[in-house]
Design a protein around this ligand. Structure first.
Ligand SMILES: Cc1ncc(COP(=O)(O)O)c(C=O)c1O
Length: 513
């Protein structure tokens, strides 16, 4: 005889337990969340649907009665009855007179489609925490690279030009002379020698002063942003985020439960007055003052001073993401905001992803002295410390002068790549695309005429070209400029020409639609 309930429970360890009993217990079917504002009836419907979808209850399974559900959940029977009736009306459950309520043998098509489309990974973890669900939904979580660099990828530097042989020489020298200390647990803040090398570099290159003690080595800017958000924010805290802005930062802030207040960026950078009007009591502001991401404008001096004044008044933190400011093509270096901070409100985020290569996963924070211990403690909880050998190689690379030489070489190469992109735009897209004048960074903004940027972006994808619409960096209601964001650092001149030819065809196709 078929058991009345045949269910498979996936335990926390991922083991499957085959169960046969008369009815599934209520707590496997329904979980109520007091913080969920969607209403009890809706939560019950959604939970039972999810149990069916995840295979916790299979077709033909008999459910507890609405009275038993109400008693187990401590809510009114009317609510459970209405929920069961709704699921019957939608075809998920069937009622047999005198016998009870059962999972329908034939499930609605849309549910079956979801069921086959859902990845197994999701089925194994049906009950994420609120924070877990937020992280899964964060924009950065969906970020995937589509194969090797191609025209006009954003964010990837010229990895084809990296001096691999030199790096290999430094790595083998370190390995040949390795000591047990380098194999043991390292310093949680990062290798002392690397922190000293970075302190020396930022003083001359970025116009700021700091002690090596204030430097914390992290696994790229992203880990730094996540660490800052986790240590300095409570769920519900308001934070300013540039609009348009960097999805990686937005994701880290959302992951900490922050409420994001989008603050517009104009030709002078983040509009501090608008931020203060909308959320004067925010706990933190995230900015890219040297080269706003993605618009590329530098923040003006009056705005920088206004931002620091606001931070002092509000006792808020300012997170300065200085991701690509080393790359200038004839433009004067803009000293970083950190250099103007006399009140210890600015946390500087640096990354070696653009200056060297992203797979290195090394970056650094410069933090106010009174925050060092807290951030180091949190970092230890997360992953103890960064890989020691990679840090040692990087320290040698900087100390022996290779870093500065590499940056110099890359500025020349990137200038050439930028010129190639601009020339190709003039040649193939003269009437449709206008590249905004750019003398810094690794990408440009190109205004489109006569075709919708999102549509062009889709057409370009079908032709193997990456052309991201500016709107992809916006979450607010204000409509952004009809423009594309085009990376040039990873694109050789010849590839830029071929890519632009295909982009011209994409614009044509988008215009015809
Ligand atoms: C604005 C911004 N900040 C930081 C980074 C660097 O992130 P990471 O060091 O984690 O690679 C990027 C990379 O694309 C970026 O665009």
């Amino acid at each position: 005889m078929r058991p009345l309930w045949t269910g498979i429970i996936v335990t926390r360890l991922g083991r499957r337990l085959d169960m046969a009993t008369s009815r599934p217990p209520t707590n496997l079917l329904v979980r109520l969340d007091a913080r969920d504002r969607s209403g009890l009836q809706r939560q019950i419907c959604a939970s039972i649907q999810r149990a069916i979808l995840d295979g916790v209850v299979v077709p033909g399974t008999r459910l507890p009665s609405s009275r038993a559900l109400a008693e187990d959940l401590g809510i009114s029977r009317t609510t459970t009855l209405l929920a069961v009736q709704q699921l019957q009306a939608e075809g998920y459950l069937t009622g047999r007179r005198g016998a009870g309520t059962f999972v329908a043998e034939e499930l609605p098509d849309d549910l079956l489609q979801q069921r086959t489309a859902r990845p197994r990974r999701m089925m194994r973890h049906p009950a994420l925490s609120r924070r877990g669900a937020t992280l899964v939904a964060a924009p950065q979580a969906a970020h995937r690279l589509d194969g090797p660099p191609r025209a006009f990828r954003i964010g990837t530097p010229g990895v084809d030009l990296f001096p691999v042989a030199l790096w290999w020489r430094l790595a083998s020298a370190r390995l040949r002379s390795i000591t047990p200390t380098l194999l043991d647990y390292g310093e949680p803040a990062g290798l002392r020698g690397l922190r000293e090398a970075i302190a020396g570099h930022v003083q001359t290159a970025r116009g700021t002063r700091c002690d090596a003690h204030q430097i914390l080595i992290v696994a790229g800017a992203q880990q730094g942003l996540e660490l800052i958000s986790r240590v300095l924010l409570d769920p519900g805290d308001r934070v300013w985020m540039e609009e348009p802005g960097y999805p990686g930062a937005r994701s880290a802030l959302l992951g900490a439960g922050a409420r994001i207040v989008s603050v517009r960026v104009d030709p002078e950078g983040l509009d501090v007055k608008a931020g203060a009007r909308r959320a004067g009591d925010a706990r933190l502001a995230y900015v890219t003052p040297s080269h706003q991401y993605p618009l590329g404008v530098p923040m003006s001096l009056p705005r920088r001073l206004a931002l620091l004044q606001w931070a002092t008044r509000a006792r808020a933190w300012v997170v300065e993401d200085d991701y690509d400011s080393e790359f200038r093509y004839g433009a004067r270096a803009v000293p970083c905001l950190h250099g103007l901070d006399v009140d210890g409100r600015v946390i500087y985020v640096g990354s070696f992803s653009k200056t060297l290569f992203p797979a290195l996963r090394l970056g650094f924070l410069i933090v106010p002295a009174d925050l060092v211990d807290a951030l180091v403690a949190a970092r230890t909880v997360a992953d103890q410390h960064p890989p020691v050998l990679d840090q040692a190689i990087l320290a040698d690379f900087i100390e022996q002068g290779h870093f500065v030489r590499h940056l110099r070489r890359m500025r020349v190469a990137y200038r050439e790549r930028l010129e190639a992109l601009t020339a190709a735009t003039d040649r193939y897209c003269r009437d449709a695309l206008r590249v905004r004048p750019t003398r810094t960074g690794l990408h440009v903004i190109a205004d489109l005429d006569g075709a919708d940027a999102a549509r062009v972006s889709r057409e370009a994808a079908t032709r193997g070209v990456e052309a991201t619409a500016l709107a992809a960096y916006c979450v607010g209601r204000e409509k952004p400029a009809n423009a594309l964001v085009l990376g040039f650092a990873a694109v050789r001149p010849e590839a830029a020409r071929r890519g632009m030819e295909r982009l011209a065809a994409s614009i044509e196709a988008a215009r015809r639609r």
